[in-house]
Design a protein around this ligand. Structure first.
Ligand SMILES: Cc1ncc(COP(=O)(O)O)c(C=O)c1O
Length: 508
């Protein structure tokens, strides 16, 4: 702590701050008491209440109103403990409860207790995952989780990988690694050393591929989009056409991104056929399995990713379908020649000293583009330990069975129409209010239908009863996308969603 004393300095009296230096000034008891009170709030409000189906999913306020409610200004003096605890409650209260059984808005949902506790531990221990020296436990856990994921993918010879903050970054790792494999000189010489490089990806793929191309100097115009079939899957013959097109232009295609579980429709590109084409043209094949990778856990559904053992790299987010706490995302690579390390290493001598007293192969941080890195693999490791592979498999199979139930319900109900038969946990559908049901199929119907989902969405947010996403896709008018993930969801919740959409939109 500091106290102000008056001193005679340069002929004037002035206030000077005197600090206590001969003992700690942070009050341990105060900190501990605050943390345990806050933990009680977290359990009551962010766990029990946030997952209670009787409670709201969200308490909607417009930004200006919410700014006032939160009193965001940061002042010179700190606030009392009771006020700070109230701020904790408010932060929870006004946040969207993504672990609520009626949150279907995104590709993550539900409450995963083991993973959540792992997050708490990681925050409390405040580990930084770059060297074995500072992160002995989590270094080994990350290694164990990556090895297991590599086995599930089916890379018999092993491989390598790294956890990183999100699937977008995982996909960018793939772009960087594919380019490094193609032109190792690039790392040092930069883009002046390369020809025009081209990435191929389907029109339904995630936007992170384009962002990665922009970030890495490849350019978004050099991402060639490959058409998809009626279910959103890449058409292999169209891929080959685009490869030939790039070559005929004098450009160099170097990488194909296939998606296992597209963001909107949940489609799976045919990996085996795409692999054949990549082998023929010597292209790096990356699979963005951020969303659909979870199907690999299920004997029944892993056929969706048939051929994945042949690919060069995979992005897989346990924070999506497998429900690990955010963020938990792995980038995995089949290479065994330390390509990941060579591509990204900067060999900082203050961190990765070569003369350490232990096996420095456990200092994995230089494979990463980050310096500070969270021990995200721990969240997956603890839940996998607690649930076992079998329970993870059952979760995936139950989620897909629930999605199937919802699709069948949609087919039975008046005014509901599926966009495509779901292959995975994305159920995409239109809701037609009674006023549109007798209109003939044509531009007028689709124009009117396009306006329905945004109004229903606005009403559901203001009511706070549930959250379901909507979007247009290509020439398709706005439709709802339900994403079924969590074992806390029951059939009644899915019935509720359809009833509620009807009751919110029947007057439109
Ligand atoms: C197919 C696919 N890939 C990548 C991502 C990006 O993942 P993240 O949100 O973890 O960056 C998403 C996000 O939804 C996705 O759907």
């Amino acid at each position: 702590m500091a106290s102000n004393v008056e001193r005679h300095i340069n002929g004037k009296f002035a206030k000077e701050r005197i600090f206590v230096l001969n003992s700690p000034t942070a009050n341990k008891q105060t900190a501990e008491s605050f943390i345990s009170q806050a933990m009680d709030i977290i359990v009551d409000e962010a766990v029990k209440k946030a997952t209670d189906v009787q409670e709201k999913v969200c308490e909607w306020h417009a930004p200006e109103q919410l700014k006032k409610l939160l009193d965001l200004e940061l002042r010179d003096e700190g606030e009392a403990e009771s006020e700070i605890l109230q701020r904790c409650r408010d932060a929870i209260r006004y946040s969207v409860k993504t672990s609520h059984p009626r949150f279907f808005n995104q590709l993550y949902a539900g409450m995963e207790p083991y993973s959540m506790v792992a997050s708490f531990i990681a925050e409390a221990i405040k580990t930084n995952l770059y060297t074995y020296e500072v992160a002995p436990v989590f270094t080994l856990m990350e290694d164990a989780v990556l090895r297991k994921m590599i086995k599930v993918i089916g890379w018999e010879e092993g491989g390598d990988g790294i956890f990183n903050p999100g699937g977008s970054l995982s996909n960018m790792y793939a772009v960087n690694l594919a380019r490094y494999r193609y032109c190792p000189n690039f790392k040092e010489a930069g883009m002046f050393s390369a020809q025009r490089l081209v990435i191929l990806t389907s029109q339904e793929s995630h936007y992170s591929i384009s962002k990665g191309a922009a970030l890495m100097g490849i350019g978004t115009k050099n991402v060639y989009t490959v058409p998809t079939d009626e279910r959103g899957r890449m058409i292999p013959s169209a891929l080959e056409d685009k490869i030939m097109l790039a070559k005929s232009e004098g450009a160099v295609p170097f990488m194909v991104n296939a998606t296992a579980g597209t963001t909107v429709l949940g489609a799976f590109d045919p990996i085996d056929e795409i692999s054949d084409i990549c082998e023929k043209h010597n292209l790096w094949l990356h699979v963005d399995a951020c969303w659909g990778g979870a199907a690999l856990m299920s004997k029944k559904h892993k056929h969706l990713l048939k051929g994945i053992h042949r690919v060069d790299s995979v992005s897989w987010n346990p924070h999506k379908m497998l429900m690990a706490s955010l963020q938990c995302s792995a980038f995995l690579v089949r290479d065994k020649t330390s390509l990941l390390q060579r591509c990204h290493s900067a060999r900082a001598s203050y961190l990765f000293q070569q003369d350490k007293f232990y096996d420095i192969s456990y200092d994995t941080g230089d494979k990463s583009v980050q310096c500070s890195r969270k021990p995200d693999a721990f969240k997956f490791w603890l839940m996998w330990k607690a649930l076992g592979t079998r329970e993870l498999e059952q979760r995936v199979e139950r989620a897909l069975a629930m999605a199937r139930y919802l699709a069948e319900e949609i087919k039975k109900r008046d005014g509901f129409r599926l966009v495509v038969e779901p292959e995975y946990a994305n159920v995409c559908f239109w809701y037609l209010p009674p006023s549109l049901r007798n209109l003939p199929d044509g531009p007028e119907l689709w124009k009117k239908l396009h306006t329905v989902a945004p109004v229903v969405k606005q009403r559901m947010m203001k009511t706070g009863s549930m959250m379901v996403g909507y979007q247009p896709l290509g020439d398709k008018a706005n439709f709802f996308r339900m994403v079924v993930i969590s074992p806390q969801v029951s059939r009644q919740d899915l019935d509720f969603v359809l009833d509620e959409i009807h009751s919110l939109g029947k007057d439109l």
